[in-house]
Design a protein around this ligand. Structure first.
Ligand code: SF4
Length: 266
């Protein structure tokens, strides 16, 4: 277990406005170096600096709780664990969630890429959260490698099995978040609908990368930026789909599965 230097790092940020969850106060259990088991082509943090699926304590729970005090009375809809990478990599996830809930009495949400959901300790930690939003961009290994670019030990089937296992035991609200970079072909649409029908999440959230991606790591990617807001560092425009494509796919999913689907505002 390691703890990195946290001298210049603030673990609580925002609030930011989330189209999915309202006013959200962010908690970052990852720290100064971006760390994730994915390196998504659209990641707002830029290229991920540490690519791993190994869990560690990155930010001590006491630091997070101490910094959370400054945001009292936490007048937000939700407190969200996300930040500078994949929050389930934080070995102190359970401790953070329970202490944040005890202190703020606000619903706690975790945004996860889903790669560690098969891990019993991660399942137990996440079961303390009120809401979990799980990424599902790819319906097969080829898409996973092109869009999410996972670390070597992560494969599509293993992720999907983990998501299913987690879904079966989780008592809270579970959302599936899907990013579309290009219009999905018929086969991908059909496979996606089969998958979500079998999983039956409480909600599906469809998005497309409207914001450009920083070319180098940027901690401020944790926050919200409007698509046209100027950023003081080089960025790259990304492929995206139109609002009509998002809405048409949302309507198809909803018709085929009866699962509520929300689209990001465009
Ligand atoms: S899972 Fe999230 S933090 Fe990790 S690379 Fe993808 S977008 Fe970035």
């Amino acid at each position: 277990m390691t703890t990195q230097s946290t001298a210049t790092f603030t673990s609580v940020y925002g609030p930011v406005t989330s189209w999915r969850y309202g006013q959200s106060l962010g908690i970052d259990p990852i720290g100064l170096q971006s760390t994730c088991s994915f390196n998504c082509v659209y990641c707002q943090l830029g290229e991920i600096q540490v690519r791993t699926s190994q869990r560690h304590v990155f930010v001590p729970t006491e630091k997070i709780i101490q910094e959370l005090h400054a945001f009292a009375p936490w007048d937000v809809d939700v407190v969200t664990l996300s930040g500078n990478g994949e929050p389930t990599l934080a070995l102190n996830l359970a401790e953070i969630i329970s202490q944040v809930k005890e202190m703020t009495h606000k619903p706690v949400l975790v945004l996860t890429n889903g790669t560690l959901l098969g891990d019993r300790d991660v399942q137990a930690a996440l079961s303390l959260a009120d809401k979990v939003s799980v990424k599902l961009d790819a319906v097969n290994l080829d898409q996973l490698q092109r869009v999410n670019r996972p670390v070597m030990e992560v494969d599509w089937q293993k992720i999907w099995t983990g998501i299913q296992e987690f879904r079966q035991g989780y008592p809270g609200h579970i959302g599936i978040q899907t990013m579309l970079l290009t219009p999905p072909n018929q086969l991908s649409q059909d496979t996606y609908m089969q998958l979500v029908r079998s999983l039956h999440p409480d909600e599906i959230q469809l998005n497309t990368p409207t914001r450009p991606k920083p070319l180098t790591h940027q901690l401020d990617g944790r926050g919200n930026h409007t698509p046209t807001e100027s950023r003081p560092y080089p960025v790259q425009q990304l492929k995206q789909v139109s609002g009509d494509v998002l809405k048409a796919f949302a309507a198809k999913i909803q018709d085929a599965t009866s699962i509520p689907v929300r689209c990001a505002p465009r």
